[in-house]
Design a protein around this ligand. Structure first.
Ligand code: NAD
Length: 346
C-alpha cells in the first residue's frame, strides 16, 4: 500500500527489491496494490476501504509506505488518513511493533550526537500498537476534549512476552518504559511486567524506567539498551527520538506483528510532504522493512539478510541520500540509492 506523500516513492523501491529477490532466489511473489490513507479518502471517501481490508486478509504480508499530509489534516475533518492506519493495525491484530535501531559505523558522522555515544548502538523498541490512548474513547466539544488511555493485563502480558522472547534471542536485556509515578495504566503495566518476567523469564535482566528519564538515557547511554518494551504513545515518540542515533528518520524500518504470520511492514517515517515528489526520500527504511517482511512473514531468512547486507554495503561504499549526506558527499536520488542497493545484492 503506497499511501501518501513519499509513501509511493519508497514503496516503488521496495517493490523493485522484492522483484530482484524473487529473480535471484527463484521465488514468485504476487502483488496486490491497495489504497489507504489520504489517497483512499480522495478516491473512495474512506481511509480504509473494504477492498483494502479484504486484500490484506488474503495476503501473507502487507508492505506500507506512509499516510497523511496537509491536504487531509483539517482538525475538523470527519475522516482522517491516520484512521486507515490505526484501523488496519487493529483489524489485522498486529499488536507488536518492532523497531530496530542499529548504528552503522559508516553513518556515525550523520547523527547529531557524538560518535562516542552512538557507536555500536544496536537496540530494538517493541511498541504496543493496538491499545492505549490512540485507541481509547475520544470526546470533544467547544471548550474541552479528552482521550481515554486503557490497557488490560492481557494486552500487557502478550506484548511483554514478545519483547522478552526477542531479548532472549539477543543480549538478554529488557527495559520496560512507563510513567508509573503518574498514570494508573502504567502502574498496571509495571506490576504485570514485573510478575511475568519473574515467573516466565527469570534469566532476562529487567530494567524499568520512567518515560521522561528514558528519553534522556536514550541519548546519554543508548548502547546499554538491548530490547525496550513500552506502550503505544511512548513508543511512537521514543522511536522518532531514537532515529536520531542513526541520523535520519528515513533509515528506520518496522514490523507490526501479532499471533499469526501476517504482518504489516513499513518505514517508521511519515509521508514527509516537505520532500514528496522531489526524489529526495531515503528508501532505506522501506527496504529494511522489506527485509523484516521476508524474515518474519515469509520465513526467508537468507533473503532478508541479503537485503540488510546490501543496504549496509551500499552505505559503507558511500551511497548517500540527502538526509544522510555530509558536506562533501555526492547526493543520490531515491531511485539511484535503490539502484546502488540492488547492485550490492550481487
Ligand atoms: P515525517 O516522518 O513525515 O517527516 C519528518 C521529517 O523527516 C521531515 O523533515 C521529512 O522530510 C523527514 N523524512 C521523513 N522520512 C524521510 C525519508 N524517508 N527520507 C528523508 N527524509 C525523511 O513526519 P511529519 O512531517 O511530522 O508528518 C507528515 C505526515 O505524515 C503527517 O500527516 C503525519 O500524520 C504523517 N505520519 C504518518 C506516519 C505513518 O504513515 N506511519 C507516521 C508519522 C507521521
Amino acid at each position: 500500500m503506497p499511501g501518501d506523500g513519499i509513501g509511493p516513492e519508497v514503496t516503488a523501491c521496495a517493490h523493485r527489491v522484492l522483484k530482484e529477490i524473487a529473480a535471484r532466489y527463484g521465488h514468485k511473489f504476487f502483488f496486490s496494490v491497495q489504497l489507504i490513507g489520504g489517497s483512499a479518502i480522495d478516491e473512495t471517501g474512506n481511509p480504509l476501504p473494504d477492498a483494502t481490508i479484504a486484500s490484506c486478509e488474503q495476503c501473507d504480508a502487507v508492505l506500507l509506505g506512509a499516510v497523511g499530509g496537509p491536504k487531509w489534516s483539517d482538525p475538523n475533518a470527519a475522516v482522517r488518513p491516520e484512521q486507515g492506519l490505526l484501523g488496519l493495525r487493529s483489524r489485522l491484530e498486529v499488536f507488536a511493533n518492532l523497531r530496530p535501531v542499529k548504528v552503522m559505523d559508516a553513518l556515525i558522522g550523520t547523527s547529531p550526537l557524538k560518535g562516542e555515544i552512538t557507536q555500536g548502538v544496536d537496540l530494538v523498541v517493541v511498541r504496543e500498537l493496538t491499545g492505549g490512548i490512540y485507541f481509547g474513547e475520544k470526546t470533544r466539544d467547544e471548550s474541552s476534549a479528552s482521550d481515554l488511555c486503557t490497557y488490560t493485563a492481557a494486552e500487557i502480558e502478550r506484548i511483554v512476552r514478545v519483547a522478552a522472547r526477542l531479548a532472549a534471542s539477543r543480549r538478554g536485556k529488557l527495559c520496560s518504559i512507563d510513567k508509573a509515578n503518574v498514570l494508573e495504566t502504567s502502574r498496571l503495566w509495571r506490576d504485570v511486567t514485573n510478575r511475568l518476567m519473574r515467573d516466565e523469564f527469570p534469566e532476562i535482566e529487567l530494567e524499568t524506567l520512567l518515560v521522561d528519564a528514558a528519553a534522556m538515557h536514550l541519548l546519554s547511554r543508548p548502547r546499554d539498551f538491548d530490547v525496550i518494551v513500552t506502550e503505544n504513545m511512548f513508543g511512537d515518540i521514543l522511536t522518532d527520538e531514537a532515529s536520531m542515533l542513526v541520523g535520519s528518520l528515513g533509515m528506520l524500518p518496522s514490523a507490526s506483528i501479532g499471533e499469526s504470520a501476517l504482518g504489516i511492514y513499513e518505514p517508521i517515517h511519515g509521508s514527509a510532504p516537505d520532500i514528496a515528489g522531489k526524489g529526495l526520500a531515503n528508501p532505506c527504511g522501506a527496504l529494511g522493512s522489506v527485509a523484516m517482511l521476508l524474515r518474519h512473514s515469509l520465513k526467508l531468512d537468507a533473503e532478508a539478510s541479503a537485503v540488510e547486507a546490501a543496504i549496509g554495503a551500499a552505505i559503507a561504499a558511500g551511497a548517500r541520500t540527502a538526509d544522510i549526506a555530509c558536506d562533501d558527499d555526492a547526493v543520490l536520488s531515491t531511485t539511484d540509492m535503490t539502484d546502488r542497493i540492488i547492485s550490492e545484492l550481487d
